[in-house]
Design a protein around this ligand. Structure first.
Ligand code: GUN
Length: 300
């Protein structure tokens, strides 16, 4: 049986980072602006620390300024809001990101909506969510933006295709569905209460899985030739022959081994969507610079 093509997110991300580097150079040359991205991390969650470190490194690599703010886990909401107000007013900071999740004493919605929407590089502010839903110009959440870029590069015109988004989170599922709708797909959002989930999946030309359930989508749920974007990053025990005892590995929401023989194309985990998310954060920071400084986005 023919194997699906592997959509190489690492290569897509490297190419996008290169474009962003060129845009940074142009902004410096034409306008004397060095884009600045501020990232706030509250607490010491190890996964969040890794994400924030990677974001900081990538930001510096493309020539931007990176401002990291590490706050203790027991910080009160008002102190966090005061920092956000300070960054909103800082002309050297064009993008602001608050790493999620936040500790229980802090209300996520209040914090996200305190960020100036023009600097909201995560695209989580209610104004940016509203702009996405109503067709306006705004900042789009990074992971769905990266998924859409890969889909368009791979498939070209998406118009009329049946797309199934598995998962309804504000970070991925809902904005992903909005983006696919903008591209004139026929969009279904499936979730934990969806009936006959396998049948829904089998109808999809494009399947975006973002539920955080390891290998939930098996090959026999996939329409032959479909394009699969696997957003899941799940740590599971490595039971492959030869793996050391207690070793863990990353797998997606899709059972790659069986889907590979049915799908037309599929993103791997790791090396698929993950690298694109940070690259899109940098691309969003360019958009934020241009919004706040009132200049045109440089051509790539
Ligand atoms: N935590 C997990 N994913 C994300 C993301 O895309 N943005 C932020 N700010 N926090 C996250």
């Amino acid at each position: 049986m023919a194997e699906a093509s592997i959509i190489d997110g690492k290569a897509f991300a490297a190419s996008l980072r290169k474009s962003v580097s060129r845009q940074v150079a142009t902004l410096q040359e034409l306008h004397g602006i060095t884009p600045g991205l501020a990232v706030i991390l509250v607490g010491e969650d190890p996964a969040s620390q890794v994400y924030v470190r990677n974001k900081g490194r990538s930001t510096v690599e493309v020539g931007m300024n990176s401002f990291e703010h590490n706050l203790p886990n027991d910080i009160d909401q008002e102190t966090l809001l005061a920092l956000i107000r300070q960054l909103n007013n800082d002309p050297l900071v064009h993008g602001i990101l608050v790493q999620l999740p936040l500790p229980n004493q802090i209300c996520e919605d209040v914090v996200l909506d305190a960020i100036n929407p023009e600097k909201d590089v995560d695209g989580f502010h209610v104004i940016n969510a509203g702009r996405l839903a109503t067709g306006g110009k705004g900042l789009t959440p990074c992971t769905p933006r990266g998924c859409l870029m890969m889909l368009k590069k791979w498939l070209g015109d998406l118009s009329g295709k049946r797309a199934l988004v598995l998962g309804r989170s504000n970070i991925v599922g809902k904005p992903m569905a909005q983006l696919l709708l903008r591209e004139s797909c026929t969009v279904t959002i499936a979730h934990s209460r969806t009936r006959n989930l396998a049948d829904e999946c089998r109808r999809a030309d494009i399947l975006v899985a973002a539920v955080g359930r390891p290998r939930m989508v098996s090959g026999d749920w996939v329409k032959p030739g479909a394009t699969i974007i696997d957003v899941g990053i799940n740590r599971v025990p490595d039971t492959r022959p030869g793996a050391a005892e207690g070793k863990m590995r990353l797998v997606g929401d899709v059972d790659f081994g069986s889907a590979l023989y049915v799908a037309g194309a599929i993103t791997p985990v790791p090396g698929g969507v993950g690298p694109m998310t940070i690259a899109c954060l940098l691309a969003n920071t360019i958009t934020a610079v241009c919004n706040t400084a009132g200049v045109d986005e440089p051509e790539v």
